[in-house]
Ligand binder design. Structure first.
Ligand code: URA
Length: 229
């Protein structure tokens, strides 16, 4: 991690303030004065600010119960964002590991660990994402097989990867996807001439939305949840 990022994360100061400290010769790495903001800090390096050791910043991992009407973005000119719901310093540095549409609800994972978020979202890692869906029209039993075989989405050449569809009621189902195409669940139902009315993500891999979280609430992931990805 770059030295300026390391200091900003471990102190809560802005990059600009950190730059000033570096130029004021207040920062040392392994006892040597350091002014280079881009210097790479490695595991085991001792960073001090004004002779006080700065702890290595730990990555953050959160689960959020996304409410309807909130966008999965850091910034949006018109709608509230999931990041604005996170009352932590430097919340804008969190990435969203798998977005949900504005009208969808449920589990959203946020982290500042880029490699972890890649594992959670990359189709190569085949992390299953589970959605509860209600539809405008009845879902025929034949849809189970169509989801399993793959569907051709409008405007796409390649069919979807095998997905599991579990019928829960006439217009209600649970869908498990192992890839993440744009509006995928809605477009899969649209390919069958149906329309998704509500979409709620229940699970990503082994991480299940905590039922004690109300919409808009979040909590840190447990070590077991972090290591499951
Ligand atoms: N599929 C969709 O259609 N929307 C989402 O938000 C997630 C999956």
């Amino acid at each position: 991690m770059r030295l300026d990022k390391y200091l900003a994360k471990s102190t809560g100061l802005s990059r600009k303030e950190v730059k000033r400290l570096l130029h004021a010769d207040e920062v040392r790495v392994n006892g040597e004065p350091e002014r280079d903001a881009s210097r790479h800090v490695q595991e085991g390096d001792l960073v001090t600010l004004d002779d006080t050791p700065m702890e290595r910043p730990e990555p953050r991992y959160l689960m959020l119960h996304k409410p309807e009407g909130v966008v999965c973005a850091t910034d949006d000119p018109t709608h509230p964002t999931v990041v604005a719901l996170i009352e932590l310093p430097r919340a804008e540095e969190l990435h969203i590991a798998g977005r949900l549409d504005i009208d969808a609800t449920g589990l959203v994972l946020l982290t500042d660990d880029g490699k972890w978020s890649h594992r959670a979202t990359s189709p190569r890692h085949k992390t299953g994402k589970v959605y509860h869906v209600t539809t405008a029209d009845p879902i025929p039993p034949a849809a189970v097989d169509q989801f399993a075989r793959g569907l051709r989405l409008k405007g796409e050449h390649f069919p979807t990867k095998p997905a599991q569809l579990e019928l829960l009621g006439e217009c209600e189902a649970r869908v498990t996807l192992h890839e993440g195409r744009y509006h995928q669940v809605k477009r899969m139902f649209a390919a069958l001439g149906n329309r998704v009315e509500t979409l709620h993500r229940e699970r990503i891999g082994d991480i299940v939305l905590d039922d004690s979280l109300f919409p808009g609430e979040y909590r840190p992931l447990t070590d077991e949840e972090i290591n499951s990805i």
